[in-house]
Every structure is written in structure tokens, then in C-alpha cells.
Ligand binder design. Sequence first.
Ligand SMILES: [Zn+2]
Length: 340
Amino acid sequence: MKKHYIGVDVGGTKIQANLVADDGAVLANNRQDTPRGGESEVSVNAIEESIRTLLYENNLTIKDIGGIGIAVPGLVVPETGYVVVTPNMNLSGVELGKILKKRLGISVAVGNDCNLGTLGEFRYGSGRGAKSVVGIFVGTGIGSGIVIDGKVIGGAACSAGEIGHIVARIPVKNWTKFLNNDKVDLSEMLTKKAPKCGCGNRGCFEALASRTAIERMIREGLASGVKSVIKDIDNDTVIKSGALLRALKANDALVTAVMRYASYVIGCGCLTVRHLLDPEVIVLGGGVIEACHKFMLPLIDEVVQSDQLASAKSNRRITVAELGDNAVAVGAAALRLIED
Ligand SMILES: [Zn+2]
């Protein structure tokens, strides 16, 4: 029998365990709600439960499995499976790899979700065949990952590939402030004009072009009296990617303007990635891109094509992710496959 692998995508709202063949095909999956609050133990139990249920539902035992990979939304040390921090859920400080290995009797690899989403696209999605792939996922935030020659690039402290937090709008005031005053400190030099990011810094790509940023700009437009099909939203209402697409299809002036802006910002992000890493493929994914890529991709391409810095001709490209919701779990399984 062919070997099967399990990849688990642990998200803030759901845990999805995929049964994956060694060619990347998803054979079955099990979805559960992520437990809200409580001790980290509750979340670890839910991950274990999703794996055991997947096995049970497919008449398999752990002996039929070649390996398990787990993707978590946070900072992970892949070598040890230690979760340093997960800002939106309670797995911070958990030895997730070691605990699950002990409970399940099989080695368990753990990685960051966006890194593994990129790895999934690299092995089985729109980046297959390329030597280097950068994934940029535009949703509530902007996540990303870097895969070169099949390896996820983690950096010195497992923090590389946070393209969403590259500072795109420099929040430092004009140089003239320094004239006749060499004692100005950093806090005096920072302007509040650059939007604040979820990470705490100002001017990140995520603060300018994520779904959260798009929502903020739409609210600004509505508050200043611009008419839109999106109206009557209170502060708690989330403007989902599907609503953005419907507004674009209705030629809504406000949403069209905001989405053009966000697309150009993402285009500048792609350009920055080009100049830093020059990957063969930049894969764009996440809820906003999945819903609105027909509108956004030509605008993103327009910015990248406008690059004035000459480079050698090559087959590099910018493309839309293929694996959708499965990318992260498939990438988690691929992490296991690669290590075999
Ligand atoms: Zn940030």
C-alpha cells in the first residue's frame, strides 16, 4: 500500500487534518472547531482528536501513516517542534512536536502556517517545478513564506518571511527635523500618519493592504460621505472578501478605489520581494486574493511590470495559489515527506 501522510492546519477558528497521498492528493479530511480560550492542553487535545478521528473514519491506524506535520499560526522552532508564540490562540510555549510524538507514537514535524502554505504550493500547487517560491497570503493579515530549493527559509530566529511586516510607508518625519538638532530621539521622529499594524509597528504592508486595512479604508470613505453598496456597517461587522467581490462586480466606486489602492500596494510588495530574493514564482493566496484575483492580479502585474531596474530575461512569474484551503495542511504533510 502507498504511504499516507497527515497534515494538520491549526487555525484560530478551525483545525483541519488532511490525509495526504505521497503525490500531494488530499484523500480525506476532518474539520473541528478550535476550542475557544481555556488551557493550551485543550487545544493540544483537539489536535490529537482531529488526527485520531481522521484515522478512524478512514479505517487506518497510526502504522499506516508515514509521518505527521502540523502547521500553527505563530512562531515555531521547526527543529524541535516548540511553539514560541501563537498570538491568536493558546499554544504559546508548548512543546507541541514532542507531546504529540509521545501520545501518537510517531514523529511529528511542526511549522509556521504561512511557511507551510508556501511549501504546499511549491510542491503541489502553482509553484511546482520552480526552484524558488515566495507565498504571500492576503487575508485578515498578510502572511508569507519563502521556499528555496525545497527548504523553508526560517532565518536566525525562525522569523524570516514576514513580508507583511516589511515597513512600506516609512513612519519617520522629514530629514530637516535633524537640522540644528542632533539630539532628536526616535519617538520624536516617528509620525502617526502611517497606519498602525496589528504587530504594533506602523506602515507595514499588512497595515496598508490586508483585508483589515481594506475594511479600515472603506470605513474612512463611508465616514467622509462617499456612497457605496457597502453601508449600514457597525464597528463589529467584518467586511468579508465575498462582499468585496460583490461590490467590485457592482462597479462600486468606493470599494473599487480602495481595492485598486490595495492592489498597487501589494504590487509594490511583490516588487520588494523581487529585489530582495528574485524568486522564480510569487504565489498570491489568502481570502482576499481568492475572491478578488481577477480584479487585483492585472493591477499587481502593472506595478511589477513598471519596474525600471533592468534584469536578465527569465521565466519568473506572479500567479494565484491553486490549493486554496488545503495548501497549509498539504504543506504540513509535505514537511514530513521531505524529511523522510
Ligand atoms: Zn506589522
